[in-house]
Design a protein around this ligand. Structure first.
Ligand code: ADP
Ligand code: GLC
Length: 474
Protein backbone atom coordinates (compact mmCIF):
# COMPACT_ATOMS: atom_id res chain seq x y z
CA UNK A 1 0.00 0.00 0.00
CA UNK A 2 1.06 3.57 -0.63
CA UNK A 3 0.49 5.42 2.63
CA UNK A 4 0.92 9.10 3.45
CA UNK A 5 1.28 10.21 7.05
CA UNK A 6 0.59 13.87 7.80
CA UNK A 7 1.47 15.25 11.22
CA UNK A 8 2.41 18.55 12.84
CA UNK A 9 5.20 16.85 14.80
CA UNK A 10 7.37 13.73 14.63
CA UNK A 11 10.47 12.66 16.54
CA UNK A 12 13.33 13.41 16.16
CA UNK A 13 12.45 16.53 14.13
CA UNK A 14 9.89 18.31 16.29
CA UNK A 15 8.21 17.16 19.49
CA UNK A 16 5.93 18.60 22.14
CA UNK A 17 4.32 15.34 23.26
CA UNK A 18 3.37 11.76 22.47
CA UNK A 19 2.08 12.55 18.99
CA UNK A 20 5.69 13.00 17.88
CA UNK A 21 6.62 9.53 19.12
CA UNK A 22 3.64 7.97 17.36
CA UNK A 23 4.25 9.85 14.10
CA UNK A 24 7.78 8.52 14.06
CA UNK A 25 7.22 4.93 15.21
CA UNK A 26 4.03 3.96 13.39
CA UNK A 27 5.27 4.85 9.87
CA UNK A 28 8.39 2.82 10.61
CA UNK A 29 6.29 -0.18 11.67
CA UNK A 30 4.10 0.16 8.55
CA UNK A 31 7.18 0.33 6.33
CA UNK A 32 8.64 -2.72 8.07
CA UNK A 33 5.41 -4.56 7.22
CA UNK A 34 6.27 -3.96 3.55
CA UNK A 35 4.36 -0.80 2.67
CA UNK A 36 5.50 2.39 0.99
CA UNK A 37 5.11 5.18 3.54
CA UNK A 38 5.88 8.89 3.26
CA UNK A 39 5.68 11.28 6.21
CA UNK A 40 4.92 15.01 5.86
CA UNK A 41 5.83 17.69 8.40
CA UNK A 42 6.04 21.49 8.40
CA UNK A 43 9.59 22.76 8.09
CA UNK A 44 9.84 24.61 11.41
CA UNK A 45 12.83 26.83 12.10
CA UNK A 46 14.30 24.37 14.62
CA UNK A 47 14.23 21.59 12.02
CA UNK A 48 16.08 23.80 9.53
CA UNK A 49 18.71 24.54 12.15
CA UNK A 50 19.15 20.99 13.44
CA UNK A 51 18.94 19.04 10.16
CA UNK A 52 21.11 20.94 7.67
CA UNK A 53 21.42 17.93 5.36
CA UNK A 54 17.81 18.11 4.07
CA UNK A 55 17.56 18.12 0.29
CA UNK A 56 15.34 20.42 -1.74
CA UNK A 57 12.79 18.30 -3.54
CA UNK A 58 10.29 20.71 -5.13
CA UNK A 59 11.05 24.42 -5.30
CA UNK A 60 8.73 27.43 -5.32
CA UNK A 61 5.31 26.01 -6.15
CA UNK A 62 2.78 28.59 -7.36
CA UNK A 63 1.39 28.77 -3.82
CA UNK A 64 4.93 29.57 -2.72
CA UNK A 65 5.97 26.58 -0.74
CA UNK A 66 8.88 24.23 -1.26
CA UNK A 67 9.27 20.59 -0.34
CA UNK A 68 12.39 19.31 1.35
CA UNK A 69 13.25 15.69 1.93
CA UNK A 70 15.33 13.79 4.47
CA UNK A 71 17.02 11.16 2.33
CA UNK A 72 18.84 9.70 5.32
CA UNK A 73 15.69 8.77 7.26
CA UNK A 74 14.60 5.11 7.29
CA UNK A 75 11.11 6.17 6.14
CA UNK A 76 11.14 9.10 3.67
CA UNK A 77 10.21 12.33 5.44
CA UNK A 78 9.11 15.44 3.53
CA UNK A 79 8.93 18.97 4.88
CA UNK A 80 6.71 21.77 3.69
CA UNK A 81 8.74 24.96 3.68
CA UNK A 82 6.97 28.27 3.92
CA UNK A 83 9.01 30.85 5.73
CA UNK A 84 6.20 33.15 6.70
CA UNK A 85 4.20 30.37 8.40
CA UNK A 86 6.84 28.02 9.74
CA UNK A 87 10.12 29.87 10.17
CA UNK A 88 9.04 30.76 13.70
CA UNK A 89 10.63 29.86 17.03
CA UNK A 90 7.69 27.68 18.14
CA UNK A 91 5.40 24.94 16.92
CA UNK A 92 2.06 26.15 18.28
CA UNK A 93 2.42 28.75 21.00
CA UNK A 94 4.65 31.24 22.74
CA UNK A 95 4.67 32.42 26.36
CA UNK A 96 1.93 34.85 25.28
CA UNK A 97 -0.37 31.99 24.25
CA UNK A 98 -1.43 30.27 21.03
CA UNK A 99 -0.02 31.64 17.78
CA UNK A 100 -2.99 33.69 16.47
CA UNK A 101 -2.27 32.48 12.93
CA UNK A 102 -2.47 28.76 13.78
CA UNK A 103 -5.60 28.25 11.69
CA UNK A 104 -4.00 29.73 8.59
CA UNK A 105 -0.65 28.02 9.27
CA UNK A 106 -1.93 24.48 9.62
CA UNK A 107 -4.60 24.77 6.94
CA UNK A 108 -1.83 25.90 4.61
CA UNK A 109 0.27 22.93 5.66
CA UNK A 110 -2.63 20.50 5.07
CA UNK A 111 -3.42 21.87 1.66
CA UNK A 112 0.22 21.99 0.63
CA UNK A 113 0.63 18.29 1.39
CA UNK A 114 -2.06 17.48 -1.17
CA UNK A 115 -0.36 19.76 -3.71
CA UNK A 116 3.04 18.30 -2.89
CA UNK A 117 1.82 14.74 -3.47
CA UNK A 118 0.88 15.76 -6.98
CA UNK A 119 4.20 17.50 -7.45
CA UNK A 120 6.18 14.40 -6.46
CA UNK A 121 3.68 12.23 -8.31
CA UNK A 122 2.79 10.01 -5.36
CA UNK A 123 -0.86 9.05 -5.53
CA UNK A 124 -1.55 7.33 -2.20
CA UNK A 125 -4.09 4.67 -1.32
CA UNK A 126 -4.26 5.97 2.24
CA UNK A 127 -3.85 9.44 3.70
CA UNK A 128 -3.62 9.26 7.48
CA UNK A 129 -3.60 12.52 9.43
CA UNK A 130 -3.42 13.37 13.11
CA UNK A 131 -5.18 15.87 15.39
CA UNK A 132 -6.78 19.22 14.53
CA UNK A 133 -3.65 20.62 12.90
CA UNK A 134 -4.03 18.31 9.90
CA UNK A 135 -7.82 17.83 9.89
CA UNK A 136 -8.52 20.59 7.33
CA UNK A 137 -6.88 18.33 4.76
CA UNK A 138 -10.12 16.34 4.55
CA UNK A 139 -12.03 19.57 3.84
CA UNK A 140 -9.75 20.32 0.87
CA UNK A 141 -9.90 16.74 -0.34
CA UNK A 142 -13.70 16.68 -0.25
CA UNK A 143 -14.70 20.22 -1.25
CA UNK A 144 -11.76 21.64 -3.20
CA UNK A 145 -10.18 18.66 -4.94
CA UNK A 146 -13.26 16.48 -4.97
CA UNK A 147 -13.06 15.64 -8.65
CA UNK A 148 -9.32 15.27 -8.91
CA UNK A 149 -8.57 11.85 -10.44
CA UNK A 150 -5.20 11.91 -8.68
CA UNK A 151 -6.97 11.21 -5.35
CA UNK A 152 -9.83 9.10 -6.67
CA UNK A 153 -8.46 5.88 -5.18
CA UNK A 154 -7.38 7.51 -1.92
CA UNK A 155 -9.08 6.63 1.38
CA UNK A 156 -8.57 8.71 4.46
CA UNK A 157 -8.03 8.05 8.16
CA UNK A 158 -8.06 10.62 10.93
CA UNK A 159 -6.58 9.88 14.35
CA UNK A 160 -7.62 11.85 17.43
CA UNK A 161 -4.76 11.98 19.91
CA UNK A 162 -6.48 14.50 22.12
CA UNK A 163 -10.10 15.61 21.77
CA UNK A 164 -9.59 18.66 23.99
CA UNK A 165 -7.51 20.47 21.36
CA UNK A 166 -9.94 21.24 18.55
CA UNK A 167 -8.48 24.14 16.59
CA UNK A 168 -11.18 26.81 17.09
CA UNK A 169 -11.02 29.94 14.95
CA UNK A 170 -13.17 32.89 13.96
CA UNK A 171 -15.58 32.33 11.04
CA UNK A 172 -13.38 34.49 8.76
CA UNK A 173 -10.78 31.73 8.65
CA UNK A 174 -12.77 29.73 6.07
CA UNK A 175 -12.48 32.43 3.41
CA UNK A 176 -8.80 33.00 4.15
CA UNK A 177 -7.85 29.33 3.88
CA UNK A 178 -9.94 28.67 0.79
CA UNK A 179 -12.63 26.37 2.16
CA UNK A 180 -16.26 27.08 1.18
CA UNK A 181 -17.91 29.59 3.50
CA UNK A 182 -21.08 27.49 3.46
CA UNK A 183 -19.28 25.01 5.75
CA UNK A 184 -20.01 27.47 8.56
CA UNK A 185 -23.09 25.60 9.75
CA UNK A 186 -23.67 23.15 12.58
CA UNK A 187 -23.80 20.14 10.22
CA UNK A 188 -20.30 21.01 9.03
CA UNK A 189 -17.57 22.98 10.78
CA UNK A 190 -19.46 25.50 12.90
CA UNK A 191 -19.12 24.97 16.66
CA UNK A 192 -20.57 27.51 19.12
CA UNK A 193 -20.03 30.39 16.72
CA UNK A 194 -16.52 29.38 15.67
CA UNK A 195 -14.90 27.16 13.06
CA UNK A 196 -13.79 23.82 14.50
CA UNK A 197 -11.00 22.17 12.51
CA UNK A 198 -11.26 18.87 14.38
CA UNK A 199 -14.81 18.48 13.05
CA UNK A 200 -13.41 18.31 9.51
CA UNK A 201 -11.52 15.17 10.50
CA UNK A 202 -14.45 13.61 12.34
CA UNK A 203 -16.96 14.38 9.56
CA UNK A 204 -15.04 14.00 6.32
CA UNK A 205 -12.43 11.28 6.91
CA UNK A 206 -13.44 7.77 5.86
CA UNK A 207 -12.52 6.42 9.30
CA UNK A 208 -11.75 7.97 12.67
CA UNK A 209 -9.48 6.33 15.18
CA UNK A 210 -8.27 7.21 18.61
CA UNK A 211 -5.29 5.93 20.51
CA UNK A 212 -6.84 3.48 22.98
CA UNK A 213 -10.03 1.40 23.06
CA UNK A 214 -11.18 2.91 26.35
CA UNK A 215 -10.73 6.50 25.10
CA UNK A 216 -12.74 5.57 21.97
CA UNK A 217 -15.64 4.75 24.31
CA UNK A 218 -15.05 7.66 26.70
CA UNK A 219 -15.17 10.37 24.01
CA UNK A 220 -18.71 9.30 23.18
CA UNK A 221 -19.85 10.39 26.67
CA UNK A 222 -20.60 13.94 27.88
CA UNK A 223 -17.90 13.63 30.58
CA UNK A 224 -15.05 13.17 28.11
CA UNK A 225 -16.66 14.34 24.85
CA UNK A 226 -15.54 18.02 25.00
CA UNK A 227 -18.83 19.06 23.39
CA UNK A 228 -18.39 16.66 20.47
CA UNK A 229 -19.77 13.49 22.07
CA UNK A 230 -23.07 13.74 20.17
CA UNK A 231 -21.27 13.96 16.85
CA UNK A 232 -18.95 11.13 17.83
CA UNK A 233 -21.89 8.95 18.83
CA UNK A 234 -23.40 9.63 15.41
CA UNK A 235 -20.11 8.50 13.82
CA UNK A 236 -19.85 5.53 16.20
CA UNK A 237 -19.69 2.92 13.41
CA UNK A 238 -16.58 4.55 11.90
CA UNK A 239 -14.66 5.06 15.15
CA UNK A 240 -12.05 2.64 16.37
CA UNK A 241 -9.61 2.60 19.29
CA UNK A 242 -6.15 1.31 18.41
CA UNK A 243 -3.61 1.32 21.21
CA UNK A 244 -0.27 3.07 20.72
CA UNK A 245 2.91 1.08 21.13
CA UNK A 246 6.51 1.56 22.16
CA UNK A 247 9.37 1.84 19.67
CA UNK A 248 11.71 -0.69 21.29
CA UNK A 249 14.68 0.65 19.34
CA UNK A 250 14.21 4.04 21.04
CA UNK A 251 13.07 2.95 24.50
CA UNK A 252 15.19 0.09 25.79
CA UNK A 253 17.07 0.29 29.12
CA UNK A 254 19.55 -2.33 27.91
CA UNK A 255 20.59 0.03 25.12
CA UNK A 256 20.08 3.65 26.11
CA UNK A 257 23.17 5.86 25.96
CA UNK A 258 21.51 8.52 28.10
CA UNK A 259 21.12 6.49 31.32
CA UNK A 260 23.82 5.75 33.93
CA UNK A 261 23.98 1.99 33.37
CA UNK A 262 22.21 -0.56 31.18
CA UNK A 263 19.81 -3.08 32.70
CA UNK A 264 17.12 -5.59 31.78
CA UNK A 265 14.49 -7.80 33.40
CA UNK A 266 17.05 -10.47 34.27
CA UNK A 267 19.71 -8.12 35.55
CA UNK A 268 18.52 -5.18 37.60
CA UNK A 269 21.96 -4.19 39.00
CA UNK A 270 22.18 -1.36 36.46
CA UNK A 271 18.87 0.04 37.69
CA UNK A 272 20.36 0.59 41.16
CA UNK A 273 23.12 2.69 39.58
CA UNK A 274 20.52 4.64 37.63
CA UNK A 275 18.62 5.37 40.85
CA UNK A 276 21.80 6.56 42.56
CA UNK A 277 22.61 8.84 39.61
CA UNK A 278 19.07 10.24 39.60
CA UNK A 279 19.16 11.01 43.35
CA UNK A 280 22.50 12.77 42.91
CA UNK A 281 21.23 14.79 39.96
CA UNK A 282 18.40 16.09 42.17
CA UNK A 283 20.61 16.68 45.21
CA UNK A 284 19.16 13.93 47.42
CA UNK A 285 21.53 12.19 49.83
CA UNK A 286 21.37 8.37 49.95
CA UNK A 287 19.22 7.18 52.86
CA UNK A 288 19.04 4.21 55.23
CA UNK A 289 16.59 2.62 54.95
CA UNK A 290 16.32 3.14 51.20
CA UNK A 291 13.36 5.36 50.30
CA UNK A 292 11.33 4.69 47.17
CA UNK A 293 11.47 7.24 44.36
CA UNK A 294 8.30 8.10 42.46
CA UNK A 295 9.04 9.72 39.10
CA UNK A 296 6.93 11.94 36.86
CA UNK A 297 7.68 13.21 33.34
CA UNK A 298 4.89 15.31 31.95
CA UNK A 299 3.60 18.27 30.06
CA UNK A 300 2.40 20.52 32.88
CA UNK A 301 -1.19 21.03 31.75
CA UNK A 302 -4.58 20.58 33.41
CA UNK A 303 -5.04 17.21 31.67
CA UNK A 304 -2.21 15.64 33.65
CA UNK A 305 -3.75 16.17 37.12
CA UNK A 306 -0.75 17.80 38.82
CA UNK A 307 -3.07 19.84 41.02
CA UNK A 308 -4.35 16.55 42.45
CA UNK A 309 -0.77 15.64 43.28
CA UNK A 310 -0.14 19.04 44.90
CA UNK A 311 -3.28 18.53 47.06
CA UNK A 312 -1.94 15.13 48.09
CA UNK A 313 1.53 16.33 49.13
CA UNK A 314 0.71 16.93 52.80
CA UNK A 315 -0.33 13.29 53.15
CA UNK A 316 2.38 11.92 50.83
CA UNK A 317 5.15 13.76 52.69
CA UNK A 318 4.44 11.57 55.74
CA UNK A 319 4.96 8.33 53.84
CA UNK A 320 8.76 8.31 53.48
CA UNK A 321 8.95 8.80 49.73
CA UNK A 322 10.69 11.04 47.25
CA UNK A 323 8.92 12.42 44.22
CA UNK A 324 10.95 13.61 41.24
CA UNK A 325 9.19 15.68 38.60
CA UNK A 326 10.45 16.78 35.18
CA UNK A 327 7.99 18.88 33.25
CA UNK A 328 7.16 22.11 31.53
CA UNK A 329 3.98 23.86 30.50
CA UNK A 330 1.28 26.04 31.96
CA UNK A 331 2.95 28.83 34.02
CA UNK A 332 0.35 28.58 36.80
CA UNK A 333 1.00 24.85 37.25
CA UNK A 334 4.76 25.51 37.16
CA UNK A 335 4.25 28.06 39.97
CA UNK A 336 2.18 25.61 42.05
CA UNK A 337 4.96 23.05 41.80
CA UNK A 338 7.70 25.56 42.70
CA UNK A 339 5.70 26.55 45.79
CA UNK A 340 5.26 22.86 46.67
CA UNK A 341 9.03 22.38 46.32
CA UNK A 342 9.60 25.13 48.89
CA UNK A 343 7.19 23.43 51.31
CA UNK A 344 8.47 19.88 50.86
CA UNK A 345 12.17 20.10 49.94
CA UNK A 346 12.86 16.75 51.65
CA UNK A 347 10.30 14.94 49.54
CA UNK A 348 10.25 16.72 46.22
CA UNK A 349 12.71 17.14 43.35
CA UNK A 350 11.68 19.38 40.47
CA UNK A 351 13.06 20.52 37.12
CA UNK A 352 10.94 22.85 35.02
CA UNK A 353 12.32 21.89 31.64
CA UNK A 354 11.79 19.83 28.52
CA UNK A 355 14.75 17.46 28.40
CA UNK A 356 14.68 14.03 26.79
CA UNK A 357 17.93 12.83 28.41
CA UNK A 358 16.72 13.85 31.86
CA UNK A 359 13.33 12.22 31.21
CA UNK A 360 15.09 8.93 30.45
CA UNK A 361 17.07 9.23 33.69
CA UNK A 362 13.76 9.54 35.55
CA UNK A 363 12.28 6.44 33.87
CA UNK A 364 15.48 4.48 34.59
CA UNK A 365 16.10 5.69 38.14
CA UNK A 366 12.58 5.67 39.60
CA UNK A 367 10.96 2.82 41.53
CA UNK A 368 7.46 3.99 40.73
CA UNK A 369 5.99 6.36 38.14
CA UNK A 370 2.94 8.50 38.83
CA UNK A 371 0.32 9.62 36.27
CA UNK A 372 -2.78 11.17 37.91
CA UNK A 373 -4.38 12.33 34.63
CA UNK A 374 -7.92 13.74 34.44
CA UNK A 375 -8.17 12.06 31.03
CA UNK A 376 -5.55 10.28 28.94
CA UNK A 377 -6.16 9.32 25.30
CA UNK A 378 -3.37 6.77 25.48
CA UNK A 379 -0.31 7.95 27.38
CA UNK A 380 3.13 6.69 26.52
CA UNK A 381 5.06 7.34 29.73
CA UNK A 382 3.27 4.54 31.63
CA UNK A 383 4.54 2.15 28.93
CA UNK A 384 8.05 3.62 28.93
CA UNK A 385 8.17 3.42 32.72
CA UNK A 386 7.12 -0.24 32.63
CA UNK A 387 9.91 -0.92 30.10
CA UNK A 388 12.38 0.83 32.45
CA UNK A 389 11.25 -1.04 35.57
CA UNK A 390 9.47 1.91 37.19
CA UNK A 391 6.10 0.60 38.40
CA UNK A 392 3.22 2.84 37.24
CA UNK A 393 0.66 4.32 39.64
CA UNK A 394 -2.07 5.73 37.41
CA UNK A 395 -5.60 7.00 37.35
CA UNK A 396 -7.73 4.37 35.59
CA UNK A 397 -8.77 6.42 32.54
CA UNK A 398 -8.26 6.05 28.79
CA UNK A 399 -5.11 4.32 27.68
CA UNK A 400 -3.75 4.28 31.24
CA UNK A 401 -6.50 1.82 32.16
CA UNK A 402 -5.86 -0.22 29.00
CA UNK A 403 -2.09 -0.59 29.54
CA UNK A 404 -1.63 -0.97 33.30
CA UNK A 405 -2.83 -4.07 35.11
CA UNK A 406 -3.50 -3.87 38.83
CA UNK A 407 -1.00 -5.96 40.83
CA UNK A 408 -2.45 -9.03 42.53
CA UNK A 409 -0.02 -10.31 45.17
CA UNK A 410 -1.93 -13.64 45.43
CA UNK A 411 -1.03 -14.61 41.88
CA UNK A 412 1.99 -12.37 41.25
CA UNK A 413 0.25 -10.94 38.19
CA UNK A 414 -0.09 -7.29 37.22
CA UNK A 415 2.22 -4.38 36.47
CA UNK A 416 1.06 -1.43 38.57
CA UNK A 417 -1.52 0.33 40.72
CA UNK A 418 -4.65 2.17 39.61
CA UNK A 419 -7.09 4.56 41.24
CA UNK A 420 -10.54 5.57 40.04
CA UNK A 421 -11.36 9.05 41.30
CA UNK A 422 -9.59 12.25 40.33
CA UNK A 423 -8.92 13.30 43.94
CA UNK A 424 -6.03 13.37 46.35
CA UNK A 425 -7.54 10.75 48.68
CA UNK A 426 -7.72 8.17 45.88
CA UNK A 427 -4.18 9.03 44.78
CA UNK A 428 -2.75 8.66 48.30
CA UNK A 429 -4.57 5.36 48.74
CA UNK A 430 -2.95 3.99 45.54
CA UNK A 431 0.48 5.19 46.66
CA UNK A 432 -0.08 3.38 49.98
CA UNK A 433 -0.85 0.17 48.08
CA UNK A 434 2.33 0.64 46.06
CA UNK A 435 4.31 1.12 49.27
CA UNK A 436 2.87 -2.15 50.53
CA UNK A 437 4.62 -3.82 47.60
CA UNK A 438 7.80 -1.78 48.20
CA UNK A 439 8.09 -3.38 51.65
CA UNK A 440 8.12 -6.83 50.06
CA UNK A 441 11.18 -7.18 47.78
CA UNK A 442 9.78 -10.31 46.17
CA UNK A 443 6.62 -8.48 45.11
CA UNK A 444 8.66 -5.53 43.87
CA UNK A 445 10.81 -7.66 41.63
CA UNK A 446 7.75 -9.50 40.29
CA UNK A 447 6.08 -6.17 39.50
CA UNK A 448 9.15 -4.76 37.79
CA UNK A 449 9.74 -7.88 35.74
CA UNK A 450 6.11 -8.20 34.69
CA UNK A 451 6.23 -4.64 33.35
CA UNK A 452 9.62 -4.95 31.69
CA UNK A 453 8.58 -8.12 29.90
CA UNK A 454 5.34 -6.71 28.51
CA UNK A 455 5.08 -6.55 24.76
CA UNK A 456 4.08 -3.04 23.71
CA UNK A 457 5.66 -3.36 20.27
CA UNK A 458 4.17 -1.37 17.42
CA UNK A 459 3.78 -4.49 15.32
CA UNK A 460 0.35 -5.30 16.73
CA UNK A 461 -0.99 -1.75 16.41
CA UNK A 462 0.45 -1.40 12.91
CA UNK A 463 -1.41 -4.61 12.04
CA UNK A 464 -4.66 -3.10 13.35
CA UNK A 465 -4.17 0.06 11.24
CA UNK A 466 -3.37 -2.04 8.18
CA UNK A 467 -6.55 -4.04 8.76
CA UNK A 468 -8.52 -0.81 8.85
CA UNK A 469 -6.83 0.54 5.68
CA UNK A 470 -7.67 -2.70 3.87
CA UNK A 471 -11.31 -2.54 4.97
CA UNK A 472 -11.57 1.00 3.61
CA UNK A 473 -9.98 0.04 0.31
CA UNK A 474 -12.39 -2.89 0.06
P1 ADP B 1 1.18 13.71 25.97
O1 ADP B 1 1.35 13.46 24.53
O2 ADP B 1 -0.23 13.96 26.38
O3 ADP B 1 2.10 14.76 26.50
P2 ADP B 1 2.29 11.03 26.28
O4 ADP B 1 2.49 10.22 27.50
O5 ADP B 1 1.59 10.38 25.16
O6 ADP B 1 1.55 12.36 26.75
O7 ADP B 1 3.68 11.47 25.66
C1 ADP B 1 4.55 12.36 26.28
C2 ADP B 1 5.89 12.26 25.60
O8 ADP B 1 6.61 13.46 25.84
C3 ADP B 1 6.75 11.15 26.12
O9 ADP B 1 7.67 10.76 25.13
C4 ADP B 1 7.48 11.84 27.28
O10 ADP B 1 8.67 11.21 27.61
C5 ADP B 1 7.73 13.20 26.67
N1 ADP B 1 7.83 14.30 27.64
C6 ADP B 1 6.82 14.94 28.27
N2 ADP B 1 7.30 15.93 29.05
C7 ADP B 1 8.63 15.91 28.91
C8 ADP B 1 9.70 16.71 29.45
N3 ADP B 1 9.46 17.70 30.31
N4 ADP B 1 10.96 16.41 29.07
C9 ADP B 1 11.19 15.40 28.21
N5 ADP B 1 10.24 14.62 27.66
C10 ADP B 1 8.98 14.89 28.00
C1 GLC C 1 -1.81 12.92 23.04
C2 GLC C 1 -2.40 12.34 24.32
C3 GLC C 1 -1.63 11.15 24.84
C4 GLC C 1 -1.25 10.19 23.73
C5 GLC C 1 -0.50 10.95 22.64
C6 GLC C 1 -0.05 10.06 21.50
O1 GLC C 1 -0.84 13.86 23.28
O2 GLC C 1 -2.51 13.32 25.33
O3 GLC C 1 -2.43 10.46 25.79
O4 GLC C 1 -0.44 9.15 24.23
O5 GLC C 1 -1.32 11.95 22.12
O6 GLC C 1 -1.13 9.38 20.90
Amino acid sequence: MKIVFVSSEAAPYAKTGGLADVASALPKALAEAGHEVKVFLPLYRTIKERFPHLALRVAGRPEAFSVWEDREASVPVYFIEHDYFFNRGHLYCTAAGDDPENGDRFAFFSRSVLEALRAIDFSPEIIHTHDWQTAALFGYKKFVMGDDPFFRGTKSVFTIHNLAYQGLFDPGVLGRIGLPKRLFRAEDLEFFGRVNFLKAGILYADAVTTVSPRYAREIQTPEFGCGLDGLLRARRASIRGILNGVDDSMWNPADDAMIAAPFGPDDLAGKKKCKKALLEAFGFAPSVPELPVIGMVSRLVEQKGLDVLVDALDALSLLGIRIIIVGRGDPSIERQLIMALNRFPQNLGLRITYDDALARKVFAGSDFFLIPSRYEPCGLTQMYSQKYGAVPIVRAVGGLDDTVEEFRPETGEGTGFKFQDSDSGALVEAVRRALGAWKNPKWMSMLRRNGMRRDFSWKRSAGAYLGLYRELLG
